[in-house]
Design a protein around this ligand. Structure first.
Ligand SMILES: Nc1ncnc2c1ncn2[C@@H]1O[C@H](COP(=O)(O)OP(=O)(O)OP(=O)(O)O)[C@@H](O)[C@H]1O
Length: 516
C-alpha cells in the first residue's frame, strides 16, 4: 500500500566522497518515503553516512544522483526550511549572546515561532536564559540546540545524535520533550548510537533504518505503529481526493505562506539587533574604534583647522574601513569555523536579509565612529582657547561619504569570512592595512621590482574611497595625498565595486552550501 502524502521523499539518492584519494560511495541508490507523523530511528556504524543523509535532507549538500523532497519542495527551497528544525552534531553556539538572545534571534526567522518562555521551558533551560551561550556545559548546550531546533514550530524534527553529553536524567528528560512533539503529530528523524536511547524510544519508533558501511545501502525495519500510520494516511488521502473532486478544496491562496526566500523585515531587525549586541560586547572593537575616533577628534588642539580637517578625514577613513572589515570578516570566519553558519542555513533566513543586517551593523558602527570624532573635536575645543572648531557642512558630507562608501568593503569582507579560516582572515586584514596605507599616499615604489606595480592601486576600491574622502574632507596632506578632481570616476568605480562585491558574496555563499 502506498500513499502520496509524504513528509520526506528520497528517490535514487547517491553520494560519493573522495576519501584518501579514492572514490567511496557513502550512500548508494537510497529510496525512502517518510510519512508525516513518523518517528524514524536512523542507525549504522561510524562513517556509514547518517550525517551525510541528514545534510542532504537539510539542503546543506547536493546529492550526486537522485532527489529529495520536503513536503514536495526541494531542500534548497526556503519554503522547505520553514518545515525543518534540526539539531546538528558539530555546531557550536555563537559568541557574545546569551541563551535568551540566541533563541530570540531564531524566533525572528520564523513566521509563527513558539513563545520564548515556552521554548525555554520545553528545552529545560529555565534559570540559564541569561547565561552566555558559549559558557554552557555540554548537556546544557545540547538543550540550547534543541531549543533552536524547535523554536520555529517545525513539522519535521531532525536530531543528529542529540543525547551526546547528556546525563542519564537529562537524557530521559530530553526524550520526554521529543515524545510531546511526537504526540502533536510531528515527523521525527533521530540518529543515535546509544542502546539506552533506543530502549527509551522503542514504543515511538515507526521504522528503523540501518545504513550499511560496505554497500551504502539501507535496511528498513517496520514496526506496528508504521502500518497504523500508513492506513491513516491512505484514508486521509482518499478523503482529500473526494473533497477535491467535489470542488470543496480550500482556496490555495488562503493557505499560501509568504516566501521566506525574499527579504524579511522581522528577521532583519532580529539579526541586526544581535549583530550590534555582539559588536558592542567585543572589547577590541570598543577600544580600537571608539578610542581612535575620540583621539582623532581631540587632535584639533594640536592643529590648525585645515590640518585638523585633513588629518581627521584621512584617519577616520582608514579607521572605518579597518575596524568594520575586521569586525565583519573575522566574525564570519569564526562563526563558520564554529559550525554556526551551517545552523543558520537550515533556517528560512535568506541571503539578502542576512547580508543586509551585516551591512546595517557596519553602517551603525561607521556612523558612530565618525560622529564620536566630531563630537570629541567639539568637546576639546570647549576646553581650549586656541582651537577654533566650528560645525560646518563639510562634516556632514564627509560623514556621509565615510559611512556609505564603506558598503563595498562590508560586502567584500563578508566573502573573506566565507573563504578563509579565522587565522587566514587575520593575515588578509594585515594585507588590507598595507593596501589602505598605499591607497592613502604611502609611497612604496622604491620597494617594488617594477614601478608600474604601484599603479595597480588606481584600480582598488580603497583608493577611490580615499579620493572621495579627500574630496569631501578637503584633504591637503603636503605631497602625500590630495583630491585629484575626478569625483564621478571615483563614485562610479565604487558603485561598480559594490555590485561586484555583492555578486562575489552571493557566489561564495552558494559555494559554501554546496561543499556542506
Ligand atoms: N565533506 C566530506 N568530504 C569527504 N568525506 C566525507 C565528508 N563528509 C563525510 N565524509 C566521509 O563520509 C563517510 C560518512 O560520513 P558521515 O559523517 O555521514 O557518517 P556517520 O554515519 O554520520 O558517522 P558517525 O556515526 O561517526 O557520525 C565517512 O567516512 C566520512 O569520513
Amino acid at each position: 500500500m502506498k500513499t502520496a502524502i509524504t513528509a520526506i521523499k528520497v528517490q535514487n539518492l547517491s553520494k560519493t566522497y573522495v576519501i584518501n584519494k579514492q572514490k567511496q560511495k557513502v550512500l548508494d541508490n537510497i529510496n525512502l518515503e517518510i510519512l508525516p507523523g513518523e518517528f524514524i530511528l536512523l542507525r549504522g556504524d561510524n562513517g556509514s553516512g547518517k550525517t551525510t543523509l541528514v545534510n542532504l535532507i537539510c539542503g546543506l549538500q547536493n546529492p550526486d544522483e537522485g532527489s529529495i523532497e520536503i513536503f514536495g519542495k526541494s531542500p534548497k527551497d526556503p519554503q522547505a526550511h520553514l518545515k525543518l528544525g534540526t539539531m546538528l552534531q558539530r555546531a557550536k553556539p555563537v559568541e557574545g549572546l546569551t541563551v535568551k538572545e540566541t533563541i530570540r534571534l531564531f524566533q525572528s526567522y520564523y513566521p509563527k515561532p513558539f513563545e520564548l518562555g515556552d521554548t525555554i521551558e520545553r528545552s529545560r533551560l529555565t534559570g540559564k536564559q541569561n547565561d552566555y551561550a558559549t559558557s554552557l556545559a555540554g548537556g546544557q548546550a545540547q538543550s540550547l540546540y534543541f531549543a533552536l531546533a524547535i523554536v520555529g514550530n517545525p513539522d519535521i524534527l531532525i536530531l543528529d545524535e542529540p543525547t551526546n553529553n547528556l546525563s542519564v536524567e537529562a537524557r530521559a528528560n530530553f526524550w520526554k520533550q521529543v515524545r510531546e512533539f511526537d504526540r502533536q503529530g510531528k515527523t521525527i528523524l533521530a540518529i543515535s548510537h546509544s542502546e539506552q536511547d533506543c530502549d527509551e524510544i522503542a514504543d515511538l519508533v515507526t521504522r528503523e533504518l540501518r545504513l550499511s558501511n560496505e554497500t551504502g545501502d539501507v535496511d528498513i525495519q517496520e514496526f506496528p505503529r508504521y502500518q497504523a500510520l500508513l492506513n491513516y494516511c491512505t484514508e486521509l488521502e482518499a478523503a482529500a481526493n473526494v473533497k477535491s473532486e467535489s470542488g470543496l478544496q480550500g482556496n490555495a491562496a488562503s493557505t499560501a505562506q509568504s516566501d521566506p526566500g525574499s527579504f524579511s523585515l522581522k528577521a532583519f531587525w532580529g539579526q541586526l539587533y544581535v549583530e550590534l549586541l555582539q559588536s558592542f560586547r567585543k572589547v577590541d572593537t570598543i577600544v580600537v574604534g571608539v578610542g581612535l575616533a575620540i583621539f582623532a577628534g581631540f587632535s584639533i588642539e594640536q592643529n590648525t583647522p585645515d590640518q585638523f580637517q585633513s588629518l581627521l578625514a584621512a584617519s577616520l577613513a582608514a579607521l572605518v574601513i579597518f575596524v568594520c572589515v575586521s569586525q565583519f570578516g573575522l566574525k564570519i570566519a569564526s562563526e563558520r569555523d564554529r559550525g554556526w553558519l551551517k545552523l543558520l542555513r537550515i533556517t528560512p533566513l535568506s541571503f539578502t536579509t542576512y547580508v543586509a543586517a551585516k551591512v546595517g551593523n557596519f553602517l551603525v558602527l561607521a556612523s558612530l565612529m565618525t560622529g564620536l570624532a566630531f563630537v570629541s573635536g567639539w568637546i576639546a575645543s570647549q576646553f581650549s582657547e586656541t582651537s577654533s572648531f566650528m560645525w560646518e557642512p563639510w562634516m556632514f558630507y564627509l560623514s556621509f561619504i565615510l559611512v556609505l562608501g564603506v558598503v563595498p568593503f562590508a560586502i567584500f569582507s563578508f566573502s573573506l569570512g566565507y573563504l578563509f579560516k579565522t587565522e587566514s582572515v587575520s593575515w588578509a586584514l594585515l594585507a588590507l592595512l598595507a593596501i589602505i596605507a598605499v591607497s592613502f599616499g604611502f609611497d612604496i615604489s622604491p620597494l617594488l621590482p617594477q614601478p608600474w606595480i604601484a599603479d595597480v592601486v588606481l584600480f582598488l576600491p580603497t583608493y577611490h574611497y580615499g579620493q572621495l574622502v579627500a574630496w569631501m574632507g578637503e584633504i591637503e596632506l603636503e605631497g602625500i595625498f590630495r583630491f585629484d578632481g575626478y569625483h564621478w570616476i571615483h563614485i562610479l568605480w565604487l558603485l561598480w565595486w559594490t555590485v561586484v562585491a555583492g555578486m562575489f558574496a552571493r557566489w561564495v555563499y552558494r559555494r559554501e552550501q554546496l561543499s556542506g
